[in-house]
Write a protein that binds this ligand. Structure first.
Ligand code: C2E
Ligand code: MG
Ligand code: MG
Ligand code: MG
Length: 280
């Protein structure tokens, strides 16, 4: 399909190996959950006015017994196709809420934990029930939880999804739109839905200084967000020059390797206590 219409490829040995690899990993997913092979790392989100840590995004990792660390880019798409993303996503949510409650109990300043949700979780799972249960089990206040939605969730435009999202807001949880600008952007959901935050996709941030269009898009998203009274966060910030551009453009927050890679819950707690690298 990637080669376009009216072309065909022989089913090569290499493709076969690739497919076998995917099938094997998919088969391993159910065991992985039972055996506790998943981990979560947390990546700090930083206030661009003062460098203060406002919270962290929870990012899942798979410690495979023979493959080593499997990246989400490799297994999340498989888990979405096989349906395993529903229980995996529930596990991530519960663990993230538990970690955030521990940060509270350790006396850290107020922090928000952001959790990624897949479209399939809305289709197949009971997201509202899952979130309420995770908050109740952990004792985390709802306003300390943010749910990251991709445009694919919002474009499902099923009344059921919209109703769930409204109920999540009513609970007190925050909603953000992940990878903003990369989907089949229909802006109408911004009108219909009470979201709190836009996350500018890292592909735009990466090219801020080298590509005029990317820079303009980033500025436009920040302005759009602010007109709608939303917070705007930039993801994938790696350099001081990108940071300077974002601060000059009045972006609210940032997340990226410049501040920290994703780290364990304990390491994140240390950062929240002592701060991360901040210029000037
Ligand atoms: P995302 O939600 O857009 O997460 C941001 C990704 O960018 C993460 O990759 C993060 O490690 C990476 N990143 C952060 N800062 C930088 C930077 O400065 N430079 C570069 N090049 N990359 C940076 P990761 O952890 O590999 O996750 C990839 C994607 O997998 C996530 O993209 C998200 O879509 C998905 N994912 C991760 N955890 C979960 C989960 O628990 N549930 C679901 N449904 N999806 C998840
Ligand atoms: Mg995300
Ligand atoms: Mg993102
Ligand atoms: Mg992204």
């Amino acid at each position: 399909k990637a080669a376009g219409r009216n072309t065909y490829r022989f089913f090569t040995l290499e493709m076969n190996a690739d497919l076998q690899d995917q099938m094997r990993l998919t088969g391993d997913l159910s065991r992985a959950l039972r055996q506790g092979e998943f981990r979560i790392l947390f990546q700090p989100q930083v206030d661009l006015r003062d460098g203060r840590i406002t919270g962290a995004e929870a990012l899942v990792r798979w410690q495979h017994p023979t493959e080593g660390l499997v990246a989400p880019a490799r297994f999340i798409p498989l888990a979405e196709r096989s349906g395993h993303i529903v229980p995996i996503g529930e596990w991530v949510l519960n663990e993230a809420c538990r970690a955030a409650r521990q940060w509270m109990d350790q006396g850290l300043p107020p922090l928000v934990v952001a959790v990624n949700l897949s479209a399939l979780q809305f289709k197949r799972g009971n997201v509202l029930e899952m979130v309420s249960a995770a908050l109740a089990a952990s004792g985390l206040p709802a306003h300390c939880l943010e749910l990251e939605l991709t445009e694919s969730v919002l474009l499902q435009d099923e009344e059921a999804t919209m109703a769930t999202l409204r109920s999540l807001k009513a609970l007190g949880a925050k909603l953000s739109i992940d990878d903003f600008g990369t989907g089949y952007s229909s802006l109408s959901y911004l009108k219909r839905l009470d979201v709190d935050k836009l996350k500018i996709d890292q592909s735009f941030v990466r090219d801020i200084l080298t590509d005029g269009d990317s820079a303009s898009i980033v500025e436009a998203i920040i302005q759009l967000g602010h007109i709608l009274q939303l917070e705007v966060i930039a993801e994938g910030v790696e350099t001081d020059a990108q940071l300077a551009f974002l601060r000059a453009s009045r972006c609210d927050e940032a997340q990226g390797y410049l501040f920290s890679r994703p780290v364990t819950a304990e390491a994140f707690a240390q950062q929240a206590r002592h701060g991360v690298r901040w210029p000037g």
